[in-house]
Design a protein around this ligand. Structure first.
Ligand code: GLN
Ligand code: ZN
Length: 787
């Protein structure tokens, strides 16, 4: 038996974000279409070359992908939204004819909104949500796609494997505009896929990969039956055309996928052996098992000895192909692009990015093959195995990871450390010290990150600006932000976060236990990339992280200034995290660092502190049975961070960007005094859900959708506030935007906040005609300054 090596999926953005650059150029200037076409093609070629060189036998590709696989699938299936039908074909640039409609779907046009975008399972990658309806008719554009696949096959001398999102996952993640169930389209879609598969078979492609990650999520019997049936039909079509289906799953328990797909006639089933177990009782050996043994989502070197044991056991039971647990889209391209300092070099030795993971997969396949054949491995492979063993061993015992003081402190945490006094007591104490008007107005933290701010940061990085002058520039910006907020008449001010490149990166750079990368870019959506820091060791805070900025702002005003921090769950969600201890332990370490920061902010005079958790929904496990354990540590770490303060200190939290329906109860469990939450786009629906769930603490539903530069109309905001007042006690209601303003420009920021403040004032006088002029009164507390 020959042991092959492959990967579950390949990234599209390029080792140096080449696609990002070409895309943004093309969006600004369509005359650069040729460059975009060539860049995208060149990137696939390079990937094929490097995979070949590493000893990978095949790679999946859909052809050139310009933005997102779900969107690619929509384009292939001929179901881009009809509102973009008027956008003409792109001709003569060697790009697909529909490319401008494809980009319009992803990004919107001046007159038409984009399709929704949401998180891909439990990752921080975002896909474009297909827009379907009961009237949808799939009209696959196979020719374009087939042409691309053939070109790449010719280039690659055969190593590519055509790859698409599977029909069931595609529909399960789609939305309809008429309330119909997208899965009602399954039979029709399976017909379309049959055609595609037949054409591929006729072209001589041996394997066709269809991704069905949905198969690892909670599925009832009916869904499993339909999924099976669908693959029986597709396998028959493939067989008739001389091709075989490869159904790829990831992000969860592969055994459930095996149970579903086994015996349907598919040729190979890909499973994630990192997220799920390796016992795989439902694997009968009838299909090839694509063993996702190398973690495609995290950056650690694989323990190759352990991996080989698992693979050897599996190879005893049937044919296997060695692979990654999921697409390498989720990790940076290569460690070679990193420039570690001397002290970081040791940590680098523990890491594997995309290229290194490909090498691991290929090495595992060769070593396994040798073991099965009873032959020797090459001296190079033996050396590589040894190096890996040493690195993994060093990591386990390294002093860089273990900080005894931190570990002891976490071990000593008790329930009392996560518990504040009852809300009503805190509320009374806070009312006394804060002296805020009813329906207080505030913002979520950031103000526009102007080109000047970003330029200053770039100059600091290059050494063109001294730290002192950089600080002075930031202080000047803070002064501006404070003055504008005072002019606007906002009640609780923020310093505006000009010093933060990113809400996670900023803190990770100041915490011990975190490592930054130089070029570790990962696509977040479209042309947007992030560079998640690597949380490698016990976390501690050598010094205060935000206090000086808070202090600077507080001395500039007599109003309350909110301290601004990123919560422990979000600090984990947007980082590469340790895999050598439970996430909850890591979260508690971060929480303790934040708890110390909060104590320092309070000592500096802060009376209101916001701890943002926009990512709390994102880490929610896919399977219901796994969710309670997650919520316990997530909530516990937030409370550990925030429960150390006295009753009169007001803790805020903020959430956004996701469907919170499953988390409604959790919001109350966090026990923040005030929660601000994105609500403008869904017309305050979240409020009813919250009050049904018994939430009765402060709440700031967003009344301004900050995702576009549009300034909301006065009536619109007035209406949102009166809707909110229908389900919230006016004494608990805050008036704020949906989210931070860092991506907005100043003109719309000022104009929109004017509307917001005016709406709050109007609502105050309407809600409380008899109250003395508390509304609008200047806060008298000088709390922030006298201390
Ligand atoms: N305080 C952050 C800001 O205003 C919150 C960002 C977020 O919710 N993603 O930018
Ligand atoms: Zn937000």
């Amino acid at each position: 038996m020959a042991i092959h090596a492959t990967v579950a999926g390949i990234p599209r953005i390029g080792p140096n974000r080449e696609l990002k650059i070409a895309l943004e150029k093309y969006w600004r200037d369509p005359a650069t279409a040729g460059l975009l076409a060539a860049t995208a093609r060149g990137l696939v070629h390079r990937y094929i070359d490097s995979a070949n060189a590493a000893g990978i036998d095949s790679i999946p590709t859909v052809g050139r992908s310009f933005y997102d696989s779900m969107l690619d699938t929509s384009a292939l299936l001929g179901v881009l939204p009809s509102r973009f039908d008027t956008i003409p074909d792109c001709i003569g640039a060697n790009l697909p004819a529909w490319i401008d409609r494809y980009f319009a779907t992803a990004r919107g046009t001046e007159t038409q909104p984009a399709s929704a975008m949401t998180k891909w399972f439990d990752t921080n990658y975002h896909y474009i949500v297909p827009e379907l309806s009961s009237r949808t008719v799939f009209r696959p554009d196979v020719a374009t796609w087939l042409g691309e696949a053939c070109n790449f096959r010719a280039y690659s001398k055969g190593v590519i494997r055509p790859h698409l999102i599977g029909p069931y996952t595609y529909l399960a993640l789609a939305r309809t505009d008429d309330g119909s169930d997208p899965l009602a389209l399954l039979e029709q879609l399976v017909d379309a896929y049959q055609d595609i598969i037949v054409r591929l078979g006729a072209e001589g492609f041996e394997w066709v990969q269809l991704d069905e990650p949905i198969a690892v999520t909670d599925l009832d019997d009916g869904a499993r039956q339909r999924l099976r049936r669908c693959y029986q039909v597709l396998s028959d079509a493939a067989e008739a055309a001389g091709a075989k289906l490869w159904v790829q799953t990831y992000f969860g328990d592969g055994d459930q996928a095996l149970e579903i797909f086994s015996g349907t006639g598919v040729g190979a089933i890909g499973v994630d052996l990192v997220a799920g177990g390796a016992e795989l009782p439902h694997w009968t050996g009838q299909e090839v098992l694509v063993a996702g043994i190398v973690d495609g989502r995290n950056v650690w070197r694989r323990d190759l000895d352990e991996a080989l044991n698992i693979l050897e056991n599996l190879a005893d039971r049937g044919e296997i192909i060695v692979s990654t647990s999921c697409s390498l889209l989720h990790v940076p391209y290569s460690l070679r692009a990193e420039t570690p300092t001397e002290s970081e070099a040791e940590i680098h030795d523990w890491l594997a990015f995309g290229e290194e993971k490909i090498a691991e997969v290929a090495l595992l396949a060769r070593v396994l093959q040798a073991r099965i054949n009873g032959t020797d491995i090459t001296a190079d492979d033996a050396a590589a195995l040894r190096r890996a063993r040493v690195a993994v061993g060093k990591r386990a015992t390294s002093e860089l990871i273990h900080n005894e003081r931190v570990e002891r402190r976490v071990a000593a945490v008790g329930e009392q450390d996560r518990t504040r006094t009852p809300f009503e007591r805190r509320r009374a104490a806070q009312e006394k010290t804060l002296n805020l008007p009813e329906l207080p107005t505030t913002t979520i933290g950031s103000f526009p990150q102007t080109a000047e701010i970003r330029r200053a940061r770039a100059r600091l990085r290059r050494g063109d600006l001294t730290p002192e002058r950089y600080d002075a520039a930031m202080i000047a910006e803070i002064r501006e932000v404070i003055e504008r907020q005072e002019e606007l008449g906002l009640d609780v001010l923020v310093h505006g976060e000009p010093e933060r490149n990113d809400m996670v990166q900023y803190f990770s750079e100041q915490l011990d236990g975190y490592l930054a990368t130089t070029n570790g870019w990962v696509q977040s959506y479209g042309s947007r990339c992030v560079r998640p820091p690597i949380l490698f060791g016990d976390v501690s805070r050598p010094e205060p992280m935000t206090v000086r900025w808070y202090e600077a702002a507080a001395t500039m005003t007599s109003r309350q200034v909110k301290g601004m921090l990123t919560g422990p769950v979000t600090m984990l969600a947007w980082s590469f995290v340790r895999d050598d201890q439970p996430l909850g332990t890591t979260a508690d370490q971060v929480a303790l660092a934040l708890r110390d920061e909060i104590a320092d902010l309070v000592a500096a005079g802060a009376r209101i502190i916001q701890v943002d958790e926009p990512a709390i929904r994102e880490l929610l496990p896919l399977r219901k049975e796994d969710q309670p354990a997650y919520l316990e540590w997530a909530v516990g770490s937030f409370r550990l961070a925030t429960a150390g303060v006295a009753d009169d200190i007001q803790i805020h939290t903020h959430m956004c960007y996701s469907e919170f329906n499953e988390l409604i109860g959790t919001i109350g469990d966090l026990d923040a005094d005030v929660t601000s939450i994105e609500a403008a786009r869904n017309g305050m629906q979240v409020l009813a859900a919250l009050s049904n769930a018994g939430y009765a603490q402060g709440i700031g539903p967003g009344v301004w959708d900050i995702h576009s530069p549009r300034v909301p109309g006065q009536q619109e905001v007035d209406d949102l506030i009166s809707d909110a007042l229908a389900s919230v006690d006016p004494k608990l209601l805050w008036i704020n935007p949906d989210c931070g303003l860092k991506t907005r420009g100043w003109p719309e920021t000022i104009a929109s906040l004017k509307v917001l403040v005016k709406a709050a004032k109007k609502a105050r006088s309407a809600a409380e005609p008899l109250s003395e002029v508390r509304a609008g009164a200047e806060p008298v507390s000088e709390g922030a300054r006298v201390l």
